[in-house]
Design a protein around this ligand. Structure first.
Ligand SMILES: [Zn+2]
Length: 330
C-alpha cells in the first residue's frame, strides 16, 4: 500500500514539473483576428492567472528551472512574437497592473526600418525591465527552411547583435519565424548555444526538445477563456525525450511516441490524436504508440495534437507536433 501511495506521489510530482508557455501576437480589436486577442480578453487571462495563484515566471527563470527540473506547479510563461505596437499601448499597462512578466521575440530588421506596426527601439528601451524582456526572432523573419547554413547563422547573429546594441540583451533565446525548423537547423541552433521555441502547442517539461520548445497559440478561438483555462491547466504527455524531424518526408508522416512508463488499457483507450481527416493510432506495446494521419497533409504547416485524460480525469496530458511541407509556399 505504501509503495502504491509513493508511486502516486512520485508520478504527481513528475507531472507537476512543467510550464505552459503562451504565445501572443497582437493585443488589439482591430488587427487580424487569427493572430489577435482583444485587450479586454487579455486582461481576463491575467485576472484568471492572478485569482488562481499561477506562478507567471520570467522566461529566464523558466529556462533555469527547466535545467534543474525544478519547475513549480501551476506555472505559466507569457511570450509574444514580432514586437507589435500594441504591446506598448495595450499589453504593457496590463502587465504592470498585474505585475506579470512577458518575453517578446523581435525580428530586428522591421524595427530598424521603423515599420509603423512595430514598436520603436526607444519604446522598447522604455518598457524593458521587470515586466518586459526582448529576445531573438531573427533579423528578417524569413522562412529559415529556405536558407543555407551560413544564412541561418547570419539571421540569428545579426538579430542578437542588434538586440545587444539597442537593449543590452545577452541571453541566447530564439523563437523560429513561423515556428519552422528542420533537423539541421535544430542541431545548428544547439551548437550556437541557443534555447529555441517553436509554435507547436504543448507544455514545456524535461521531455521537451530544448531547441524546439512548445507554446500554446493565444489568438482567435484559442484565446477564449474556456480554451485558455484548459491550456494553462494542461500536463505534458509523460514521454521519453526524443528529437522529432518536423519535415514531412513521407506523407502522411508517422509519429512514434514512447511513454516513460507502461500505460494501462484505460489510459491507452483515453489517448487520442487529432489531424485533418483523422488519424490511425496503433499501440505497439504498453509504452510505444504509432500515430499516422488517414490522409496526406495538405498545408505548409500541419499539426498532430494528442491528448489523454489524467488518472484523476481533471486534467489533460498534451503533446503536439508541427509537420512542415517546405515545398508548399506560404
Ligand atoms: Zn513572427
Amino acid at each position: 500500500m505504501l509503495k502504491f501511495v509513493l508511486l502516486i506521489l512520485i508520478s504527481v510530482s513528475l507531472n507537476a514539473k512543467s510550464c505552459a508557455v503562451l504565445l501572443y501576437h497582437h493585443f488589439s480589436d482591430e488587427m487580424p483576428k487569427s493572430t489577435s486577442i482583444s485587450p479586454k480578453l487579455f486582461e481576463q487571462h491575467l485576472q484568471y492567472l492572478q485569482v488562481n495563484e499561477f506562478k507567471v515566471l520570467p522566461l529566464k527563470t523558466l529556462l533555469s528551472k527547466l535545467k534543474d527540473n525544478d519547475l513549480p506547479d501551476r506555472c505559466v510563461v507569457l511570450t509574444t512574437d514580432d514586437a507589435y505596437q500594441s504591446i506598448y499601448t495595450n499589453a504593457y499597462p496590463l502587465l504592470k497592473k498585474y505585475q506579470m512578466p512577458m518575453a517578446v521575440f523581435v525580428a530586428t530588421q522591421a524595427i530598424d526600418k521603423n515599420y509603423k506596426a512595430m514598436m520603436s527601439w526607444n519604446q522598447m528601451r522604455e518598457i524593458q525591465g521587470e515586466y518586459v524582456k526582448f529576445y531573438n526572432h531573427t533579423a528578417a523573419h524569413s522562412h529559415l527552411l529556405d536558407l543555407n547554413k551560413a544564412q541561418v547563422k547570419t539571421q540569428i547573429e545579426q538579430a542578437q547583435n542588434s538586440l545587444y546594441q539597442a537593449l543590452g540583451t545577452t541571453d541566447k533565446v530564439l523563437a523560429y519565424p513561423y515556428g519552422e525548423s528542420n533537423l539541421s537547423i535544430l542541431k545548428q541552433v544547439e551548437e550556437l548555444d541557443y534555447i529555441a521555441f517553436g509554435q507547436q502547442s504543448g507544455v514545456v517539461s524535461k521531455a521537451s526538445d530544448l531547441q524546439n520548445l512548445p507554446r500554446f497559440p493565444m489568438a482567435a478561438n484559442f484565446a477564449k477563456m474556456k480554451s485558455f483555462q484548459l491550456k494553462v491547466n494542461t500536463l505534458p504527455m509523460p514521454l521519453v525525450k526524443k528529437r522529432i524531424n518536423p519535415i514531412i518526408d513521407k506523407n502522411p508522416p508517422m509519429l512514434n511516441l514512447t511513454f516513460e512508463i507502461s500505460q494501462s488499457k484505460p489510459q491507452q483507450d483515453g489517448f487520442n490524436c487529432f489531424a485533418n481527416g483523422g488519424v490511425d493510432i496503433n499501440w505497439k506495446d504498453d509504452k510505444n504508440v504509432e500515430i499516422v494521419a488517414k490522409k496526406p497533409l495538405m498545408h505548409r504547416r500541419n499539426k498532430y495534437n494528442c491528448t489523454m485524460p489524467s488518472q484523476s480525469k481533471e486534467k489533460y496530458y498534451w503533446h503536439s507536433v508541427q509537420w512542415i511541407n517546405p515545398s508548399i509556399a506560404e
